[in-house]
Design a protein around this ligand. Structure first.
Ligand SMILES: [Zn+2]
Ligand SMILES: [Zn+2]
Length: 175
């Protein structure tokens, strides 16, 4: 149907003659409208559409992110409990210094299992999982009336959760 002999004009700039076409939708585009992608030149609309698909996390990304963050947070909370019992006064320092690192590790693990998906609901799901993962330890401390145990768990959560969240979502800012 497309007459290749007739001059084509950019879909966005009717005055600009062009031989370039978007390799996805076939729309004629001028050099100004063309976006160079690894698969060739594309119009801005197609590039945007592709990004939208890329940023949509699947249900299993939520499941994997939730399980990974939950399990790692649970393990971290056990570690926090262990440190608070054996390290005495140093537990404050150890937990305050280790929490950011542990937070980073959890974030990296989540990024790995979710194939670096970037979606806000996913970050929130992960943050919830981190809190839920620490819940058994918090409940145990409540039952045992261990005030320090509770404080240590709280320190860990207050330090690690925002770090995990910003580490996951921060990638968007550097794009
Ligand atoms: Zn296109
Ligand atoms: Zn154009």
């Amino acid at each position: 149907m497309i007459d290749t002999s007739a001059p084509t004009y950019c879909a966005n700039h009717p005055g600009v003659e062009t031989s370039l076409r978007c390799n996805k939708c076939g729309k004629p585009i001028c050099a100004r409208c063309a976006v160079r992608t690894p698969t060739g030149y594309r119009c801005k609309e197609c590039v945007r559409g592709q990004q939208k698909i890329f940023e949509t996390a699947e249900w299993y990304d939520y499941a994997l992110g939730f399980i990974t963050a939950g399990i790692l947070s649970f393990l971290a909370s056990l570690l926090v409990g262990l440190i608070s019992r054996i390290a005495g006064i140093f537990a404050w320092f150890i937990i305050a210094f280790a929490a950011p690192t542990v937070g980073m590790m959890i974030a990296e693990a989540v990024r790995f299992v979710t194939r670096r998906q970037r979606s806000r609901p996913l970050f929130i799901t992960v943050a919830v999982a981190v809190v839920l993962g620490a819940l058994p330890a918090i409940i145990l401390n409540l039952i045992a009336f261990s005030l320090f145990g509770l404080i240590f768990q709280a320190i860990f959560l207050f330090v690690a959760t925002p770090i995990i969240y910003t580490r996951l979502s921060g990638i968007q800012l550097t794009r």
